[in-house]
Design a protein around this ligand. Structure first.
Ligand SMILES: Cc1ncc(COP(=O)(O)O)c(C=O)c1O
Length: 366
C-alpha cells in the first residue's frame, strides 16, 4: 500500500520533540493564543520574509480577516479563481462581497493575469491569487494591474509554504496573505490552524483584534470580531515542524523532479513548473484524459490518489447564485475533469515512486 501522504512517518520522526512541546503547553496552562503562538508568529513571519504574522484557527479565517481588514464588505467585488479549494471563494462570501471568478492559465493552472483587468469594475476592491498545488501564481502582472486600479492583493498561500516567486517567498509579496496549517499541508499542525501575514502595521493590528473578539484590551471591543484564535498547542507543534520545513521542501522537490524524469517520453502530462517559480509541490498533479479509470487502476494496486478539485467552485450547487454556467471557465473545467494527484510527501521512498510511475505508465498503455 502506498498512501497519499504519510503523517505517521512524519510524527514518528518528531515524536520526542512534539511530546515535549505538548508538555510545555500543558504545564503552562495557556491554551487560546499564548507564548508559543507569539513565538511561532515571529518565526513564521521571518521565514516568509514579512514583518508580521497572526496565528488564527484556520486558513479560511486568515482569508476572511484579510478581506475585512482591507475594508472589503457588502457591495464589493473580489477577483479570484474557480480552480481552487472552496475556502478561497467562501471567505469572500463570509465578508459579504461578490466573488468574480476568472479562468486559469492552462500551463500553470494558476490565475491567468491577462484576464484580470477585464474583470475589474468600479466595485472591485481586491484580487486573491491562489498559489495552487504549491506553485506561485504569476504575481508581477497581477500586482501591476492592482496598483493601476488601487486594489489590494491578498495571496492565498494555503498550499504554498516556502514557495518562491522570482526569488522571494510567497506570502510576503502581496499586501496580505493567508496560510493554512491543516494537518496535510506542507507545514501542518496537529489539528486546525492558519496564519495571516502582512508587513503593514495597521493591518496586523486590525487582524489581531478581529481574531480575538475585536478587543483592544480585555472587554473593550472596538471592532465586531470573531473567535478565530490559534491554540497555543498548535503554536508549539508548528514551531517544532517549522524547523524541518526547508528540508521537507527539498525532499518534495526532489520527488517531483524524479516523477518528471521517469515520466519523460510517456503520455503523462502535468502542470508546467514556471520559470519564475520555486514550486514546493504540496500536490503532484497529473492530467489524464481518463483520470477516473487511472484512479481505479492505481487504487486496485494499493496506490492512493486524489482529485484537486473534481467539481470547479463555480459549478458547485451552493454557488449557483453567482450565475456561472458550464462552459463559463473552459480551462478550469478541463482541469477539474482531468486532474489526478499522485502520492507526494517528504518521506516517499524511491522504490515507492518507481512503483507509482510504473503502474501509471502501464495504465496508460492499457
Ligand atoms: C487554496 C486553499 N485556500 C484555503 C484553504 C483553507 O484552509 P483551511 O482548511 O485551513 O481553512 C485551503 C485548505 O485546504 C486551500 O487549499
Amino acid at each position: 500500500m502506498i498512501p497519499f501522504l504519510d503523517l505517521k512517518a512524519q510524527h514518528r520522526a518528531l515524536e520526542a520533540d512534539l511530546l515535549e512541546a505538548a508538555a510545555r503547553v500543558l504545564d503552562g496552562c495557556q491554551f487560546a493564543l499564548g507564548n508559543e503562538v507569539a513565538a511561532f508568529e515571529e518565526e513564521f513571519a521571518a521565514y516568509v520574509g514579512a514583518r508580521f504574522a497572526a496565528g488564527v484557527n484556520t486558513g479560511t479565517s486568515a482569508l476572511h480577516l484579510a478581506l475585512l481588514a482591507g475594508g472589503v464588505g457588502p457591495g464589493d467585488e473580489v477577483i479570484t479563481v474557480s480552480h481552487t479549494f472552496m475556502a478561497t471563494v467562501s471567505a469572500i462570501r463570509y465578508a459579504g462581497a461578490k466573488p468574480v471568478l476568472v479562468d486559469i492559465d492552462p500551463a500553470s493552472y494558476t490565475m491567468d493575469p491577462r484576464l484580470v483587468e477585464g474583470a475589474i469594475t468600479p466595485r472591485t476592491r481586491a484580487i486573491v491569487p491562489v498559489h495552487l498545488y504549491g506553485q506561485p501564481a504569476d504575481l508581477d502582472p497581477i500586482l501591476a494591474v492592482a496598483k493601476k486600479h488601487e486594489l489590494l492583493v491578498i495571496e492565498d498561500a494555503c498550499q504554498a509554504h516556502g514557495a518562491e516567486y522570482k526569488g522571494r517567498r510567497v506570502g510576503g509579496i502581496g499586501h496580505m496573505a493567508a496560510f493554512s496549517f491543516y494537518p496535510g499541508k506542507n507545514l501542518g499542525a496537529c489539528g486546525e490552524a492558519g496564519a495571516f501575514v502582512t508587513s503593514d502595521p495597521d493591518l496586523i493590528a486590525k487582524v489581531r483584534m478581529l481574531r480575538d473578539w475585536g478587543q483592544e484590551k480585555r472587554y473593550h471591543h472596538v471592532l465586531e470580531g470573531f473567535n478565530y484564535r490559534m491554540d497555543n498547542l498548535q503554536g508549539a507543534f508548528l514551531r517544532v515542524k517549522l524547523a524541518h520545513l526547508p528540508a521537507w521542501t527539498e525532499m518534495r522537490r526532489a520527488h517531483a523532479a524524479a516523477y518528471r524524469e521517469l515520466f519523460t517520453g510517456s503520455r503523462v502530462r502535468f502542470p508546467r513548473e514556471m520559470p519564475y517559480a520555486k514550486h514546493v509541490y504540496h500536490l503532484f498533479a497529473v492530467m489524464a484524459q481518463n483520470r477516473d479509470a487511472l484512479h481505479r487502476i492505481l487504487g486496485d494496486k494499493g496506490i492512493a490518489t486524489g482529485f484537486h478539485y473534481p467539481i470547479p467552485v463555480h459549478l458547485q450547487p451552493c454557488f449557483e447564485h453567482l450565475g456561472y454556467k458550464k462552459g463559463s471557465l473552459p480551462h478550469t473545467e478541463k482541469a477539474a475533469a482531468e486532474e489526478i494527484s499522485l502520492p507526494m510527501f517528504p518521506e516517499l521512498t524511491e522504490a515507492q515512486l518507481r512503483e507509482i510511475v510504473a503502474a501509471t505508465k502501464e495504465a496508460y498503455q492499457g
